[in-house]
Design a protein around this ligand. Structure first.
Ligand code: ADP
Length: 294
């Protein structure tokens, strides 16, 4: 069982020729709403890859919250630790211009109300082999959850995104740290992502630094193993990292070898980048198996 304590957002995505300047109004081209948030993304990726998943977090009692909850339950995810807050569901207001550059406003909403562990959260963590955390919920809660999981012998996997400096007590409670290159650099205070990852691995625990189309590097117990990316034509890399982590967690929860769990994670991420969207692009277990069998 994999417990994921994290954010659920509705992404409101507008495409425009060019983003408006201050005080300006422009006409958009397209508008879509896409369920997102790193927590919900990782939960969906893990569930599609065949994991037994419990999602812990909060949405609002609104249309967006119902849409996200339906998506999660439809994927077979246990939502008994998902509360309905009096705040609106978290939203990300995303403007993408013709050159593909984006600007984003995130309103945490219900996510911001998850400030302390509840009995339902503890029950979800107690039942889990692994707890997946990211940094889109209040930091104090993330620290509390990591320390609680550690005290119960539940392995903690942290995606340190969005990147912020982390308290040592959080890093000390993490078993597996999965930063991308920017997050690794910020956390270690070193520009080169591999040097940064070595630095982070020096505190003990596993580190997997993801390097986009360059793959990833797994650092364990003084050793380093590259995780090659599969050569594919990427059309949208949104949530590649969340897909990677969700699928890695499934392998680790099933007790498969790290190398194999990482290979499956890379395959799932390679499948996801070939399709547009975040949640819509995450592959099912059979697709991952078929891709690896080719
Ligand atoms: P994030 O989305 O968190 O920034 P990355 O961009 O590092 O994460 O991607 C995570 C993983 O997804 C990589 O380690 C790699 O396995 C896979 N991936 C990302 N981009 C590509 C790509 N263009 N082609 C193939 N695999 C990719």
């Amino acid at each position: 069982m994999i417990a994921i304590l994290g954010s659920a957002n509705m992404d409101l995505v507008v495409t425009v020729e060019r983003a408006p300047g201050r005080g300006e109004t422009v006409t958009g081209r397209t508008f879509v709403t896409v369920p997102g948030g790193k927590g919900a993304n990782q939960a969906l990726a893990a569930a599609r890859a065949g994991g037994q998943v419990a999602f812990l977090g909060a949405v609002g009692g609104d249309e967006f919250g119902r849409g996200i909850t339906d998506l999660l339950t439809g994927a077979g995810i246990d939502v008994s630790g998902l509360t309905v807050s009096d705040q609106p569901t978290g939203t990300a207001h995303i403007t993408v211009d013709a050159s593909g550059d984006n600007s984003i406003v995130v309103v945490p909403g219900a996510n911001g109300t998850v400030t302390a562990l509840t009995d339902a959260h503890r029950a979800g963590i107690d039942a889990a082999d692994l707890l997946l955390l990211q940094l889109e919920l209040p930091l104090g809660l993330v620290v509390e959850a990591a320390r609680y999981a550690r005290s119960r012998g539940v392995r903690v996997v942290l995606t340190p995104a969005p990147a912020v400096p982390l308290p040592v007590e959080l890093l000390d409670a993490v078993d597996v740290l999965v930063p991308n290159e920017h997050e690794a650099a910020l956390l270690a205070g070193v520009d080169d992502p591999v040097a940064a990852a070595r630095n982070l691995a020096g505190r003990g625990g596993d580190v997997v630094v993801t390097l986009g189309s360059q793959g990833a590097l797994w650092l364990h117990d003084g050793g380093e193993w590259p995780v090659p990316a599969f050569p594919v034509q990427a059309v949208d890399t949104t949530a590649a990292g969340d897909t990677f982590v969700g699928v890695l967690a499934v392998g680790l929860a099933e007790g498969v070898e790290w190398a194999e769990a990482l290979r499956r994670a890379a395959a799932a991420a390679a499948l996801s980048v070939q399709r547009p969207g975040a949640s819509s692009s995450m592959p099912h277990r059979a697709e991952i198996d078929a891709f690896l069998a080719k």
